[in-house]
Design a protein around this ligand. Structure first.
Ligand code: NAI
Ligand code: SOE
Length: 384
């Protein structure tokens, strides 16, 4: 199989760089980058290892020597750029959130289906080997009946009224900030790992700072610093989630515990080299490595011996490698696509509505079967 895909990357910030590394790790080449101006693309092209800077995102999408488009720009620009990439008939990896409205996310999903282009949305925490190990063990029944699904996603990069970013502005980042930016990762991970889907939820959003400094002066903030959720799932579990971007000392602490009648599984993204498995007789930390993990999913994504932690960039590399395999006609199991981006938009919509109405809200679109469980390999695994 050849994986020498030629990529074009739009957006040259944090994620532009992460995508560029992952493209090369997958055997691809970064042909061109585009930014908010030609000057910004030119300034970043060599750092990102690109052959050239494109004049604009549109010029990059139109290039005959670019096979696949990566969209790594602020949230509100995603829908327009993804539409253009699909119209050009090119596979597209679009950063989360796929769009800042359900309508756009649904339209993009339909357009991509009709055009038959491969899509990817980087719900990248699915690609930790410990997560795949937990998922395989849970789906084969090791946890017993999952009844309590809980966790948190905490960061501290928005501590202080001086701290700001485009994500704080709802016209660029979307109506929900803390939940829309990081809560969606947790919900995706929970649904992916357990096979449960959130049917209804109640959310309370709040702010540590009502004003933040932008352009040298304090202005009012419309987006939340944190969100607290209670939810129910289609398989009868209850759950809770705390999300915050103002939790001093927590850098990128995505943590979950999925508790069943036989065992609980928990994982901390900041300590990705272990998976905690608890039973009434034992409480063990399983070291991550191809020799120590026992399930197909865990082994597939564990590339280094135990004690040599694989981290965020490694997971990203695995994600892009799977997207590129899909472009070449394979069907890697568990690849997050535009459909998962739409799912995240529906949950975010429910969080925003619940917080505004101060009431439980149904998550629409939950009646469709969980996409990943339809795939034969997952179904096979459930039979084991
Ligand atoms: P960033 O602020 O570091 O970079 C954004 C880049 O987009 C900058 O290079 C900027 O010049 C460029 N840009 C802005 N407007 C543009 C336009 N109209 N056309 C072309 N380029 C434009 O932001 P970051 O952290 O890289 O985030 C980008 C996206 O990636 C966001 O949607 C964010 O939610 C997502 N993200 C996803 C992560 C994941 O784990 N999947 C991790 C971090 C971010
Ligand atoms: C900032 O909160 C951020 O970079 C998010 O945008 C990403 O999606 C998350 O993976 C890490 O934190």
């Amino acid at each position: 199989m050849t994986l020498e895909l030629r990529a074009g990357i739009i957006g040259t910030g944090f994620m532009g760089s992460v995508h560029a590394h992952a493209v090369r790790a997958a055997g691809g080449e970064v042909i061109a980058v585009a930014g908010s101006s030609l000057a910004s693309a030119e300034a970043s092209a060599s750092a990102l290892g690109a052959r050239t800077a494109a004049e604009s995102p549109e010029a990059l999408i139109a290039r005959a020597d670019v096979d696949v488009i990566h969209i790594c720009t602020p949230n509100a620009t995603h829908a327009d750029l993804a539409r253009k990439a699909i119209a050009a008939g090119k596979p597209v990896v679009c950063e989360k959130p796929l769009a800042t409205s359900v309508e756009d996310a649904r339209e993009l999903t339909d357009l991509a289906d009709r055009a038959g282009v491969v899509t990817g949305v980087p719900f990248v925490y699915r690609f930790y080997p410990a997560v795949r190990e937990a998922r395989d063990r849970i789906l084969r029944g090791d946890a017993g009946r999952l009844w309590l699904l809980h966790g948190s996603y905490l960061q501290d990069w928005l501590v202080g009224a001086e701290a700001t970013n485009w994500r704080v502005d709802s016209t660029i980042g979307g109506a929900s900030r803390a939940f829309g930016d990081i809560g969606v990762h947790w919900c995706d991970l929970m649904e992916f790992t357990t096979g449960h889907r959130i049917t209804r939820l109640v959310a309370k959003t709040s702010r540590a700072y009502d004003q933040r400094k932008t352009g040298g002066r304090l202005s009012s903030v419309a987006t939340e610093d944190g969100a607290t959720l209670l939810f129910e799932t289609d398989k009868g579990a209850t759950g809770s989630l705390v999300v915050s971007q103002v939790s001093p000392g927590r850098k990128n602490r995505l943590w979950f515990s999925f508790d069943g009648t036989e065992a609980s599984f928990s994982f901390n993204q900041e300590r990705p080299d272990t998976l905690h498995v608890g039973t009434t007789e034992s409480s063990s930390e399983i070291a991550v490595g191809p020799q120590t993990l026992t399930t197909p999913g865990g082994r597939r994504y564990a590339k280094l011996p135990p004690g040599h932690p694989q981290g965020y960039q490694d997971s990203f590399n695995s994600f892009v490698a799977d997207v590129y395999a899909a472009i070449q006609g394979l069907t890697p199991e568990g690849l997050p696509t535009f459909r998962d981006g739409l799912r995240a938009a529906l949950i975010t919509d429910a969080v925003v509505a619940s917080a505004a109405q101060q009431t439980w809200v149904d998550v629409s679109g939950t009646d469709a079967p969980f996409e990943l469980l339809k795939s034969s390999s997952a179904a096979e695994r459930q039979k084991q």
